[in-house]
Design a protein around this ligand. Structure first.
Ligand code: AMP
Length: 674
């Protein structure tokens, strides 16, 4: 991998644009000089003053900034020992699961780190070792915690830093809920303008690799429409306005050869998989991607979407003018919301050998050190979860300047999990002329916004209905139970399982999943569990034991509801109804895959009445039986809502409704509590 540190420019949180900000500080990094985050930047450990060598004085110096805006702390920095302070709630991020993060930091920096006691809001961290080691460790810690800094603090610091120009406050706007947030549109546009000279030095991206087969070119519009209707009613359109000069949407290919006739080695790889024909999304996506257009695929896992974006990516890597060995940094980035999905994509990627293309999977909980080593050796494809990607980008282990083909997989899920800032930060410096692909199971406003920011005239391919249409190959059963009866009913069901049955049991909380797993073990029923409290290695083992049949019961939280591909899963049990109706669809969709049928069994208790109406819609759409009791539940809930709204209206004199949408009493709390 080429040396590239000196190419780094300030990252997005430091929103003072290069042209207007004071000259960035210069400092040594790995023995090289680079421009970048200076020690006066914007992270939590910089609350306190640096360079106090007097030793022994831990007194806080709250008044230093003229009475209380920013918090400054004195620290002891006695040659080979330095104490820094971080917010207590962020210490977990520095320690990592099972201490993996702190071990990484110690290994990388060669500093010794001691986490001290937390005194209320702050905890002290002692760094020991050589000056270089301490400074490296401090940088790494800053990198880990800065993402999580409240917007208000970032704003304050940026504002302070830009007083001379007075411009950076222009990059904030007031959100709908009144908070000050970064105006990414403006900031990206400004950044691109000021980075233009840098981008101009890069080789143009080669994007067009498609030669339309004469048979495909000869298809009439009526034939194309009929093919789309017959293939799951696939819909294809420009996402945003048609503009003059845009090429017409290409016809779908019907065979692998029609897509890859000029790439026999790709065809060989496909033949090895024994697939009969392209899946609908592949038929339509390959011509679009091979000719270099941006694509939005509204499709779920199981539709063949990974291969739809992967094969054009391989051709894209090989087709650039600079040979891949000589390129600075990797070419393709695939971002995925969860470790499981990232690993699943990685597995799919590793099935296709083409021109020695190498990939790496970067995910939190995996061996960070090892991941950094692989990146440093040189890779062409990076598959990453947003947190770890951002971590390595910020720590300057990953050069993103040459990413020219980017995939945001399951974008809706990434937004649900709160990854938008990490996505935006990671993409901030990526060249704007790249090709961008996005997949999403749904099309909410957040995903649309992301598409507007990062994509150029995308073509959208919708596979299946955009509504919450549960898979039609699953028989969806509903069972009414009291909360206290759930466990017993579940055990009864499991005792009557056939030896060939494979079941996922979805629980609402990690604690419930742990409890159920323990109870099953005590009863001698073998099972595995998958939730956010388990170490990555255990989560991977749980999945692979399910896939290879070592166990046939998996107890999980919603971390497993999307993207997990266990082909012969026969049953999905919703022990707890999910917080959001979308999640119901994703859970149910874990079974009934690859042409098979499946059964879902959903326990409904009186607490779930707020979801009854939405559930009825899904059941009806999929031609499932709708129990009378569910209808009654929905009607009772609506009547109660009306009554409450009326009472509230009378109380306040305004008469405005509740929160609507069936969520008001179902607890529309935080989504990502797995
Ligand atoms: P995905 O939707 O990418 O998660 O793919 C789900 C599964 O479908 C993966 O195991 C793929 O290997 C498989 N697959 C991809 N393309 C095809 C195809 N054209 N025919 C049959 N299976 C496929």
């Amino acid at each position: 991998m080429a040396e590239w540190e000196e190419d780094w420019t300030p990252e997005p949180a430091n929103v003072v644009p290069a042209a207007t900000a004071p000259a960035p500080q210069t400092r040594q990094y790995r023995g090289r000089t680079f421009r970048g985050r200076g020690s006066s930047s914007y992270n939590d450990t910089n609350w306190r003053e640096r360079g106090n060598n007097s030793g022994g004085d831990y007194r806080r110096n709250n008044d230093r900034d003229g009475g209380g805006g920013r918090r400054d702390y004195q620290q002891r920095d006695s040659g080979n020992k330095k104490v820094i302070y971080v917010p207590s709630h962020k210490v977990g991020r520095i320690i990592g699961k099972g201490g993996c993060k702190i071990k990484d930091i110690q290994y990388e920096s060669e500093a010794k780190i001691k986490i001290g006691d937390s005194s209320g809001n702050e905890a002290d961290i002692t760094l020991m070792g050589s000056d270089t080691a301490i400074s490296k460790a401090e940088d790494l810690i800053n990198g880990l915690i800065e993402d999580y800094k409240p917007q208000s603090e970032r704003r304050e610091e940026t504002h302070n830093a830009s007083d001379s120009s007075g411009q950076s406050s222009d990059f904030f706007k007031t959100s709908e809920d009144g908070a000050q947030v970064i105006d990414w549109e403006k900031l990206n546009a400004y950044h691109t303008e000021h980075q233009q000279s840098r981008y101009e030095k890069l080789q143009p991206i080669v994007k067009d690799f498609y030669r339309e087969d004469p048979e495909i070119a000869a298809m009439t519009p009526a034939e194309v429409t009929r093919w789309r209707q017959e293939n799951f009613d696939i819909q294809v359109k420009r996402t945003f306005d048609e503009k003059p000069g845009l090429r017409p949407i290409p016809n779908p290919v019907l065979t692998f050869e029609q897509a890859f006739q000029d790439y026999p080695e790709i065809l060989e790889e496909i033949y090895k998989q024994d697939f009969k024909q392209p899946s609908p999304i592949q038929s339509q996506a390959w011509p679009i991607l091979l000719r270099g257009d941006d694509l939005i695929g509204i499709a779920q896992t199981g539709t063949g979407k990974t291969l739809a974006f992967l094969l054009p990516a391989l051709i894209h890597i090989d087709g650039q003018t600079i040979p891949k060995e000589e390129r600075e940094g990797p070419t393709v980035l695939i971002m995925a919301p969860t470790r499981e999905l990232a690993l699943q994509i990685d597995k799919e990627v590793s099935k296709y050998q083409y021109k020695g293309i190498k990939s790496v999977c970067l995910y939190g909980g995996g061996d960070r050190k090892e991941q950094i080593k692989v990146v440093a050796k040189g890779v062409d494809i990076v598959i990453a979860t947003p947190g770890r990607l951002n971590d390595l980008v910020m720590a300057r282990h990953l050069n993103i300047i040459n990413f020219s083909y980017i995939v945001l997989d399951e974008a809706d899920r990434m937004l649900d999990m709160g990854f938008e800032p990490q996505i935006r930060k990671s993409l901030f410096d990526v060249r704007p002329d790249r090709q961008t692909v996005m997949t999403s199971a749904t099309w909410p406003p957040g995903v649309r916004r992301l598409a507007e920011s990062y994509m150029k005239d995308p073509i959208q391919v919708n596979v299946g209905s955009l509504d919450l249409a549960a898979v039609h190959t699953v028989t969806q059963k509903i069972m009414f139970v009291e909360e206290s009866e759930k466990e017993e009913t579940l055990f009864e069901f499991l005792q009557n399982m056939e030896p060939t049955d494979k079941v996922i049991i979805f629980c609402g909380k990690k604690a419930t999943a742990t409890h159920i797993t323990t109870e099953l073990c005590l009863k001698g029923i073998e099972c595995q569990s998958l939730h956010g409290d388990r170490d990555q290695i255990d989560r991977e083992a749980a999945l692979s034991e399910m896939v290879d049949g070592t166990v046939n019961i998996l107890v999980a939280t919603d971390v497993a509801s999307r993207g997990i591909d266990i082909k012969d899963l026969t049953h999905v049990i919703n022990l707890d109804f999910p917080r959001h109706i979308e999640e119901y669809v994703h859970r149910v969709g874990r079974t009934g895959r690859a042409g098979k049928t499946g059964i879902s069994l959903t326990f409904i208790s009186r607490n779930d009445w707020g979801n009854a109406r939405e559930l009825i819609k899904i059941l009806s759409e999929a031609n499932q039986e709708v129990p009378e009791e569910l209808e009654q539940m929905a009607t009772r809930f609506e009547a109660m809502k009306l009554r409450r709204d009326k009472e509230r209206g009378e109380g306040t004199g305004r008469g405005r409704g509740g929160r609507g949408g069936g969520g008001g009493f179902g607890g529309r709390g935080r989504r990502d509590r797995w």
